[in-house]
Structures are given as C-alpha cells and as structure tokens.
Design a protein around this ligand. Structure first.
Ligand SMILES: [Ca+2]
Length: 124
C-alpha cells in the first residue's frame, strides 16, 4: 500500500470449526493490533516543513471510518450469533511526514475463546 494514496488492503477472518461442533454461546474475541513504527523509523528524516514522525499501518473494520491502532472482532455461536459470518479487516498505511521508504508492517492477533461444557461451566 502507498501512504497517502487512499488505498487500503484487506483480509478475511472466519471460523473454520463448524458451528454445530461448538457449544451455543461460544464466543471468540480477536484483538487485532497494528504495531507502531520502529524507533529507527521514528528517527527518520521528515519532509521539509513536516512534523509528523513515522507511523506504520492502521486497521479498521469499515474503511470509510478512521483507521486505528487496534480493533476487535467477535464471533458468537448459536441463535442470533454470527459464527458463520466472514469478517473483513482493512489495513492502510498511515500518513506521516517521514521518508521511510518501503516497510513491512506487523499486525498481531490475540484470540480469546469463552465456551462452556454441557453442564454450563465456563471455560476460557
Ligand atoms: Ca511516510
């Protein structure tokens, strides 16, 4: 992606385990965090007159909304849930005044699962 081009990219997240194989109410929470610019990049030279240090990428669940440092998606099994819905994560290079050149960005995913066994005890 090219910074300031308006372009963004996306990837999909979906549950591969069939809904019928998990207890009703099972909840998967995925916290998606875009790593910030490295210290080295934050020390990079800025465009003449610029004062915004290097930034890396932002993430969003709706590309018409501002890109953020982190977003959270959830999947819930059972009636009214969204277990089988594929969710889309959008990624954009954040605007700054640094002349970093081509960079690789890191996006991490923390997955938390809350479920219960047949007698209703919660497991995390
Ligand atoms: Ca830049």
């Amino acid at each position: 992606m090219v910074e300031d081009s308006g372009d963004y990219d996306s990837y999909n997240i979906a549950m591969t385990l069939p809904e019928a194989d998990v207890p009703v109410g099972t909840k998967v929470t995925i916290t998606i965090v875009a790593a910030g610019a490295s210290t080295q990049d934050r020390d990079a030279a800025l465009k003449p007159g610029g004062d915004t240090k290097a930034r890396a990428v932002g993430v969003s669940l709706d590309p018409s909304q501002p890109f953020q440092d982190s977003v959270t998606v959830t999947f819930v099994a059972g009636p009214g849930g969204n277990w089988t819905t594929t969710q889309h994560v959008y990624v954009q290079a954040l605007s700054d005044d640094a002349l970093e050149g081509t960079k690789t960005a890191v996006i991490s995913h923390l997955v938390t699962v809350t479920s219960s066994d047949k007698i209703g005890r919660a497991h995390v």
